[in-house]
Design a protein around this ligand. Structure first.
Ligand code: AMP
Length: 494
């Protein structure tokens, strides 16, 4: 199947061709025809599967083929709600890219930046408005945006929105919208919570899915190195320097830890910057742009801040700390191996993180292969994985009062179903034309050339050796699911 078979208009097909996409990704092939037909769609797909084009292309087709209603200003014809500012910016960039040959007005609004320029942008009305919920409500309260002419609502990463405590904001926003509209809901999985929310939003939806539960990205080469907690920075630096890695996305559990790590890397001469909720939006945008351009070698991110980061062919992801919530492991490693490209994800695991590792291996239903760094041995080695990946229903974490804690306001994360929010098994037909060099690769080559180094198209492997280490620990996966990075005060949200 190609994009023309989907019935998209010529200006859109031209824009797609410019991107080098040869054929629709599975989620695009499944969702686009229904969206074009005007149906409500619930799609199980997460970032990395091509879902943004899956809703953007048919929406642009529809908006550009129907006359703009005349009337009051400050109207939006399509509204895309996203959980984070980064994802909002990312979606807006995609709308601009795919709509480059169309007369479509786009605006993106999120918190953390001045509201006035956003109000001005909305003044004449827009075709597509991409927003985080908090800022959208602020704008609506100030009469800066109206929805009388809204035709389409998209809820992007609906599961994440619930995790981040946006349920009340979403309900408030839904009340502001006209009853007659098309609804598209994208979520990594359809948990009970999501289905509950869907009941109040979508009408007679078509369900499409490309995400078999709990599988991790096939194209990502995963491994772990057992390290002493205090040796992590040293091991990370060795990995980066000895393997000549460029563009390494490193995950830190805390904002403070991210800052500290950046300082330590800089002290060792490795250019690094941090992206997390305590940074201003300007600092975050700058850090991301420099990283994308290959000017900064290492980007240290917390989970929420990393959401929405889309960098083509990002070659290396490092889990400096394992995530508290196993599903975040899949989100993290999904930053590499995007759009069918291969990538490498290495976790630095200290002895005290073993329980978290067990939870991850249960979730992905396989052992993360272990590797040794030449000449390095931690004082406390990790127990071996038993290879017991049976489905277990994780116990709900208890709060002090002994109640099951699911309140997002207390920074806890919903998961009770024991299902993965992740899983972006990508089909091999999700390909770009080889002539389309990713910006990230170009940046990397530029810096290598500047440093007088050979510009190598292939990626270097890591200087680590595998070991099929197996032991006998059957630790349970009832890890504490409270996630310090998933609160609203963390401020990646609008
Ligand atoms: P998304 O899941 O929307 O975040 O998209 C992930 C990446 O896939 C982005 O870098 C897109 O540019 C890329 N992409 C989207 N559709 C296609 C396609 N049909 N073929 C190749 N790459 C694509």
């Amino acid at each position: 199947m190609n994009f023309a078979d989907l019935g998209l208009s010529k200006p859109l097909l031209d824009a797609i061709e410019l991107q080098g996409y040869t054929e629709p990704s599975p989620i695009q092939a499944k969702a686009i025809p229904h969206v074009l037909a005007g149906r409500d769609v619930m799609a199980a797909a997460q970032t990395g599967t091509g879902k943004t084009a899956g809703f953007t292309l048919p929406i642009l087709h529809r908006l550009s083929n129907t006359p703009k209603p005349s009337g009051k200003g400050n109207q939006a014809r399509a509204l895309v709600l996203t959980p984070t500012r980064e994802l909002a910016a990312q979606v807006a960039a995609s709308v601009e890219t795919y709509g480059q040959n169309l007369k479509i007005k786009t605006a993106v609004v999120f918190g953390g930046v001045k509201i006035n320029p956003q109000m001005q942008k909305l003044r004449g009305g827009v075709d597509v408005l991409i927003a985080t919920p908090g800022r959208l409500l602020d704008l609506h309260n100030q009469n800066a945006v109206h929805f009388d002419q809204l035709e389409v609502l998209v809820l992007d990463e609906a599961d994440r929105m619930l995790d981040m405590g946006f349920i009340h904001d979403i309900r408030r926003i839904i009340k502001m919208l006209p009853k007659k509209r098309q609804n598209l809901m994208f979520s990594a999985t359809f948990s009970d919570d999501i289905r509950q929310l869907a009941k109040t939003i979508v009408h007679d939806p078509i369900e499409v899915s490309v995400s078999p539960a709990n599988s991790t990205v096939d194209s990502v080469q995963q491994s772990l190195i057992a390290v002493e907690k205090t040796d992590k920075t040293q091991v990370l630096t060795r990995l980066i320097v000895e393997n000549d890695w460029f563009q390494v996305l490193v995950f830190s559990r805390t904002k403070h830890g991210a800052n500290r790590l950046v300082k330590q890397l800089l002290a060792k001469g490795v250019e690094a910057s941090a992206i997390h909720g305590n940074k201003s939006q300007g600092a975050r945008t700058k850090a991301l742009a420099e990283f994308k351009a290959g000017k900064v070698r290492v980007l240290v991110a917390t989970d929420i801040a990393a959401r929405g980061i889309d960098i083509d062919q990002l070659p290396h992801v490092v889990n400096f700390d394992l995530p508290q919530v196993a599903e975040d492991y899949v989100h993290r490693i999904g930053r590499t191996g995007r759009a069918g490209a291969s990538g490498e994800a290495i976790s630095l695991v200290s002895h005290d993180e073993f329980k978290l590792l067990v939870a991850i291996e249960r979730l992905i239903k396989k052992e993360v292969p272990r590797k040794h760094l030449d000449g390095y041995q931690p004082l406390n080695d990790l127990p071996g994985s038993k290879g017991d990946f049976r489905d277990t229903k994780p116990n709900k974490p208890k709060n002090k009062a002994g109640n099951s804690s699911r309140s997002r306001n207390q920074n806890s994360k919903s998961d009770g179903e024991g299902t993965s929010r992740s899983s972006k098994k990508r089909s091999s037909n999700f390909k770009k034309q080889p002539n389309q060099a990713a910006p990230s690769r170009a940046g990397r080559n530029a810096r290598r050339a500047k440093a007088g180094k050979k510009v190598a198209p292939e990626r270097s492997g890591s200087n680590v050796s595998s070991s099929g280490d197996k032991g006998s620990n059957r630790s349970s996966n009832n890890s504490n699911r409270s996630n310090g990075n998933s609160n609203r005060s963390n401020n990646t949200v609008g």
